[in-house]
Design a protein around this ligand. Structure first.
Ligand SMILES: *[C@@H]1O[C@H](CO)[C@@H](O)[C@H](O)[C@H]1NC(C)=O
Ligand SMILES: *[C@@H]1O[C@H](CO)[C@@H](O)[C@H](O)[C@H]1NC(C)=O
Length: 351
């Protein structure tokens, strides 16, 4: 009850409260154990005792109007607060749905990235293996070449040694043929020559056999030996030249093999670089997406929590409102009942 109303009621109050059937009726209808009603009955008793019935009607009517106004205002406020709750809840539900669909699409994205990483990883392993193979291949080509060069050097230097020995024998024979008139080469010199030829050309070489088995090492034999030596020298020289010129072709072949290997290796190295950098990017993507998803899931949980809290708040507010509303309805009914009783007994009270 408003204090202004209370003061006015008190102003019309007289000191003595008299028992009357009307007041008895009011007490029966209203008093009970309701605080508001017992205050109302008390005030009406005091006011009626003062005898200003018209004023009492007027005030009661004003109280009814005030309370009705309050009820209407509270209903409007309730409607707008409930609408605000509904709208918050709808907004939170929409946020939750969009967060959850974003989490799902991020999960799919994480799956795709993981798949791509696995593919790239096996590609990377394969490319690295190919690189290793091509490097081994190049090493093998270079080793082979090295061995060829060494074999050639060995052959050429052996050839050169034989040539030098044969040229020496040749010169001695020529000198002997030119200068000799009677006895020919000393037996010891002949034996030394045979030994040298056997050593350089082998013990069954025709030249060795010719020198060894000639019964007489005369001028004719020497001339045949010189001829034979000249043929052998020419053939060894030809062999040396052939080997040298063959090396040009071998060298070209080697270079083209090395070039092929280099081209393949360059391409593999590019592939390797591309794969490695793609892998790095994907791993980075994965980290970012996982971090983002963690954040989204956190937001989702927070939104869910807020939604539940808002629903609870809404229910609590609504039930508080209903309890307040039912109190106000009760007060309004009490006022109306009091007014009705007073009207019904207006004549009696005026006496
Ligand atoms: C020339 O080189 C080829 C290939 O390396 C080889 O098969 C051939 O015997 C060589 N010829 C000579 C005369 O060395
Ligand atoms: C209900 O009434 C109490 C006491 O007057 C007030 O504090 C509260 O805000 C009211 N609640 C609603 C929902 O009207």
């Amino acid at each position: 009850m408003q204090s202004k109303t209370l003061i006015v009621l008190l102003m019309v109050t007289m000191a003595v409260a008299t028992e009357s059937p009307v007041l008895q009726q009011l007490r029966n209808k209203l008093a009970q154990n309701d605080n508001y009603n017992s205050q109302l009955v008390e005030l009406l008793e005091l006011s009626l005792a003062g005898g200003q019935l018209d004023k009492v009607f007027e005030l009661l009517q004003k109280m009814v109007d005030d309370l009705t106004g309050q009820i209407n205002a509270a209903n409007l406020d309730h409607a707008s607060r409930m609408a605000a709750f509904e709208s918050s809840i709808e907004q939170l539900e929409a946020n939750l749905a969009s967060l959850s669909s974003e989490v799902q699409s991020n999960n799919r994205k994480i799956g795709d990235i993981t798949q791509a990483i696995s593919t790239l990883t096996s590609t990377s392993v394969a490319v690295k293996k190919q690189l290793e193979t091509i490097n081994q291949r190049e090493e093998q080509i270079r080793d082979n070449r090295q061995r060829e060069v060494q074999a050639l050097e060995t052959k050429q230097s052996a050839g050169a040694k034989i040539l030098a020995a044969l040229e020496d024998i040749h010169d001695r024979l020529v000198k002997a043929v030119l200068s000799n008139t009677g006895s020919f080469l000393e037996e010891s010199e002949k034996q030394e020559m045979i030994k040298q030829v056997k050593k350089e050309l082998g013990r069954t070489h025709p030249l060795a056999l010719l020198l060894e088995f000639s019964s007489k090492f005369d001028e004719a034999t020497a001339k045949r030996a010189i001829e034979l030596i000249e043929q052998i020298i020419a053939s060894i020289k030809e062999g040396q030249v052939n080997r040298e010129s063959n090396q040009t072709a071998v060298e070209e072949n080697f270079n083209s093999l090395v070039n092929e290997v280099t081209v393949v290796r360059d391409k593999l190295q590019q592939d390797n670089q591309k794969t490695t950098s793609a892998l790095k990017n994907k791993q980075n993507d994965l980290k970012i997406t996982q971090r983002r998803n963690k954040q989204l899931q956190q937001n989702e949980a927070n939104t869910q929590q807020l939604l539940e809290t808002t629903r609870v708040q809404k229910d609590l507010y609504d039930s508080n409102f209903r309890s307040n509303a039912s109190k106000r309805e009760g007060q309004l009914n009490s006022l109306k009942t009091a007014l009705q009783i007073l009207r019904d007994n207006e004549q009696a009270l005026k006496k």
